[in-house]
Design a protein around this ligand. Structure first.
Ligand SMILES: CC(=O)N[C@H]1[C@@H](OP(=O)(O)OP(=O)(O)OC[C@H]2O[C@@H](n3ccc(=O)[nH]c3=O)[C@H](O)[C@@H]2O)O[C@H](CO)[C@@H](O)[C@@H]1O
Ligand SMILES: C=C(OP(=O)(O)O)C(=O)O
Length: 445
């Protein structure tokens, strides 16, 4: 890829069909779960994205054989040689993903120790991992912080425990699940996150032989077992990528059929999309999203944990809101710094003002703490092409949407970051008629 820059000539509606495969926020975790088994696992509908490649490398480093299966997008993961693995090179494999933190429980069960290098992931807030270490200590792990990373040991078999998370963290909930399934006795987790990807991970673990009950009010009860087998699982579709393409269709006044998108996990998004004025039609194989013509509506929106409006949907939707008539209010309650991407949209002609106050109905953890976490979007505004530097995964895709909706040409720098979570995005853009090219004149398609 030349200089990691994409030239986007805006003004053409995106039209056509693309295919979305398994969820970025489930697939790498299901791959980690394979470490817990005594037999090979088969994971299907796996997208070719960097987070999957990073976890594949880490698993191989730990002795897991990872091979392609018979069908496209199928991985076969064989953990039978984990005990004899050489992990000297682990730091070079941590990559840009947050998933290494989820190796703790499985490695403590398999090896009695674990080393966790520095984590990647999007720079959209402080992203501490205190909940993870607090829960691991409660299971009986001993953690030592060293300059090169965190060393963990399980002096004896980890024990089930009662846990209440201070906030329904997705990662910390997964940490508990991946640790409790082989711990001795019962674990009760309160204030758990219940995102669809977590439910799918629970399905994976249940197929392996785990006993996990999801009760009402964010309570999950896990009865530890002595041994787990392998699984055969088709990953749930990526509702975040699907929504990104939906927003691209709306902002460019286009019409995109997202094969693979599923209504169940997208209900909250679909309601908001309809309120804004977007049209959609669900069938058995996917969802068609389009701009029905006429003005779009301004809305008030708060991001929240599931079943609320997912934070990863926020950035692409904000681009569409720049085309809505009136004042939209966006209150980001999951990450404290996820509105920084709006300053580049303003350079393109958008009118977005960010505020420290909680502008939604519910005061959140970030109110009165100097975090610019609310926005007022005033529209509709004509966007002009600009030089853009991608700040994070969803912000990056949002810049592509804005550039496609704008008049003129944008130079979008740092596009490789998008490969972390969007499979083949350049091919998909050209398949939809997006006028994009690499600086050497090559068409990205
Ligand atoms: C790979 C993956 O699945 N990433 C998703 C996951 O991230 P991730 O699992 O990192 O997000 P969390 O749900 O843990 O984070 C939510 C909030 O909890 C805070 N927190 C979290 C852990 C901790 O130890 N201490 C703490 O304070 C975070 O700073 C954040 O404010 O869920 C997020 C919320 O749906 C999504 O945006 C990410 O796409
Ligand atoms: C924030 C995200 O991911 P991660 O947790 O992997 O940084 C995202 O997918 O938008």
């Amino acid at each position: 890829m030349t200089d990691d820059v994409l030239l986007v000539h805006g003004g053409t509606p995106l039209e056509g069909e693309i295919h979305v495969r398994g969820a970025k926020n489930l697939v790498p975790k299901a791959m980690v779960a394979a470490l817990l088994g005594s037999e090979p696992s088969r994971l299907r509908n796996v997208p070719d994205i960097r987070d999957v490649r990073v976890v594949r490398g880490l698993l191989q480093l730990h002795g897991v054989t990872v091979k392609s299966g018979d069908e496209p997008g199928e991985l076969v993961l064989d953990p039978s040689k984990v005990e004899s693995a050489n992990v000297a090179d682990i730091d070079t494999h941590a990559g840009s993903s947050r998933i290494p933190i989820l190796f703790c429980g499985p490695l403590l069960h398999r090896l009695g120790h674990a080393f966790i290098p520095g984590l990647g992931g999007c720079d959209i807030g402080g992203r501490p991992i205190d909940f993870h270490f607090d829960v691991l200590r409660q299971f009986g792990a001993v953690i030592e912080k060293r300059p090169e990373g965190q060393y963990l040991e399980a002096p004896q078999r980890l024990r089930g425990t009662k846990i209440e998370l201070p906030y329904p963290s997705v990662g910390a909930t997964e940490q508990v699940l991946l640790t409790a399934v082989l711990a001795e006795g019962v674990t009760e987790l309160r204030n758990a996150a219940v995102e669809p990807e977590i439910v799918d991970l629970i399905c994976v673990l249940q197929k392996m032989g785990a006993i996990i009950a999801m009760d009402t009010d964010r309570v999950i009860r896990i009865t530890g077992v002595d041994k787990l087998g392998g699984y055969n699982h088709r990953a749930l579709p990526d509702r975040l990528e699907s929504a990104s393409w939906a927003c691209a269709a709306l902002a460019t006044e286009g019409n995109v059929y997202v094969r693979g998108a599923r209504q169940l996990e997208m209900m909250t998004f679909l309601n908001v999309f309809r309120k804004v004025g977007g049209a959609f039609e669900v069938d058995d194989d996917g969802i068609r999203f389009w701009h029905p013509g006429g003005p779009l509506n301004a809305i008030a929106l708060e991001t929240d944990v599931h079943p609320g409006f997912q934070t990863d949907w926020q950035q692409p939707l904000v681009v569409a809101l720049t085309q809505a008539t009136g004042l939209s209010i966006v209150h980001e309650t999951v990450y404290e710094s996820r509105l920084g991407f709006t300053s580049a949209l303003n350079q393109m002609g958008a009118h977005i003002q960010v505020y420290r106050e909680c502008l939604g109905g519910t005061p959140c953890r970030f109110g009165q703490r100097n975090f610019l976490h609310s926005a007022v979007v005033s529209g509709p505004t004509k966007l002009q092409g600009a030089d853009l530097v991608i700040p994070d995964l969803r912000g990056g895709f949002s810049y592509l949407i804005a550039a496609l909706a704008a008049q003129g040409t944008s130079r979008v720098h740092g596009i490789d970051l998008i490969n972390r979570g969007y499979e083949n995005f350049m091919h998909k853009l050209t398949a939809l008629g997006g006028n994009v090219e690499l600086p050497n004149g090559e068409l990205s398609g």
